[in-house]
Design a protein around this ligand. Structure first.
Ligand SMILES: [Zn+2]
Length: 221
């Protein structure tokens, strides 16, 4: 092969791999946008430009992305209902981590979120058409646990399931209970009505899913 022909073949191959990697990035962004990701998350997780992501977002959602700040506080995850949702999501995310070591972190996060979003529990707030835990909050949660290490999964002394709690650095206490075992008084009507149960059969009760790993009684807000 002449030097010229070889050069053109290399160029062609490089252009092909660039196109393929761009297609993968667009697909990743599309999955995140479908889950409701904010633009800042898309920028952090893909190599696509802000302008391209913004255009893609507009094309898929029919509106411009929100320009607000990302939720930055861990305390949201400790509220009673938020803790139920976040703990359920995170327990599935952790099980994926154990069972799919080769999966990229962001793909695992999206898969865990899709599982959560698809569960009857996600929509248990009938006043809102959106899941209680947004994709952006799920993404922040993984950062709080894995990077900042300000939150962690503890095990409930009552039922043995895992639940999210502040990471105080101390070893897990034998007297920490999840909010299903020790719910706040305002949550009792929902528990009595069976909209949330320990087996995690969810609000609709039509399709069982893997048990949520609990709630933080100490973090009730
Ligand atoms: Zn419990």
């Amino acid at each position: 092969m002449s030097a010229n022909r070889k050069g053109r073949a290399d160029e062609h191959r490089n252009a092909g791999s660039t196109l393929l990697s761009e297609a993968r990035e667009v697909e990743l962004a599309r999955r995140m946008i479908r889950c409701g990701a904010r633009l800042q998350v898309l920028v952090a997780e893909t190599s696509l430009s802000y302008e391209r992501l913004s255009r893609l977002y507009h094309e898929l959602r029919g509106k411009s992305p929100s320009k607000g700040m990302l939720p930055f506080s861990e305390t949201w995850y400790l509220g009673w209902k938020a803790n139920l949702h976040a703990s359920f999501f995170y327990s599935f995310y952790e099980s994926l981590e154990r069972n799919t070591p080769d999966m990229r972190g962001i793909d695992r996060l999206i898969t865990a979120y899709e599982h959560y979003e698809d569960s009857p529990l996600a929509m248990d707030d009938r006043n809102s058409p959106k899941p209680v835990l947004s994709f952006t909050r799920a993404w922040m949660l993984a950062r709080f646990v894995k990077r900042a290490r300000t939150l962690r999964m503890d095990t409930c002394a009552g039922c043995g399931i895992g639940f999210l709690a502040m990471n105080t650095g101390a070893s897990a206490s034998a007297s920490r209970y999840c909010a299903v075992c020790h719910p706040p008084p305002r949550a009792l009507p929902a528990l009595r009505a069976g909209s949330i149960d320990r087996q995690g059969t969810g609000a609709a009760g039509t399709r069982p899913y893997s048990a949520p790993e609990g709630l933080s009684a100490e973090g009730v807000s």
